[in-house]
Design a protein around this ligand. Structure first.
Ligand code: ZN
Length: 176
């Protein structure tokens, strides 16, 4: 699949994210202010509902003409660090597991169990890093994908998860 791409301008960015339902790049224009504001809450994600205007006619397997969502994670350098595509409200645990098990082995999906306000960081209850990682544990990412989106190595994320789990902030679902 082609690489996601970003062009950065003074006040906005243009991002191209790969939609594996359309099998095409989807172009997004996003205000930098919107991203900076979102990042204050830990991470920034852009949710964009669309449908393929040119699905393959007479192909029953091509469902891209139906409305679906591309969900893009953007970091504080305005780069795309993750992309999800799905029909309906979100990606299901089964879909994440199916995608990840192709790589073999057990899939671990961390999910936040308690909503944490940004104030927790100011109060020293969590580090800024932990706060960001918690936000990525939205139930749509395997542990490896969380590491990728957070741009941390997996060992560091595993350690952090142990700590956050002991604090009762996150649970990890396992699927094989
Ligand atoms: Zn699409």
């Amino acid at each position: 699949m082609p690489e996601n791409k970003v062009k950065k301008y003074f006040s906005l960015i243009e991002a191209w994210a790969w939609c594996d339902i359309c099998e095409d790049m989807v172009a997004l224009r996003i205000d930098k202010k919107e991203i900076i504001n979102g990042l204050k809450m830990g991470i920034y994600t852009k949710e964009y509902k669309h449908s393929n205007p040119y699905p393959i006619p007479d192909d029953p397997d091509d469902v891209s003409g139906q409305e679906h969502t591309v969900y893009v994670y953007i970091n504080d350098s305005f780069d795309v660090t993750g992309v999800k595509t799905f029909f309906g409200e979100s990606l299901s645990t089964e879909e994440i597991a199916a995608e990840a098990t192709q790589a073999g082995g057990e899939v671990r999906i961390p999910i936040v169990v308690k909503e944490i306000p940004p104030m927790a960081v100011q109060l020293g209850m969590l580090t800024k890093e932990e706060f960001m990682v918690l936000k990525i544990c939205d139930g749509m990412n395997s542990l490896e994908q969380v590491a990728e989106i957070a741009q941390k190595n997996i060992e560091k994320i595993e350690k952090m998860m142990d700590k956050l789990r002991k604090k009762g902030l996150v649970k990890v679902i396992r699927r094989t």
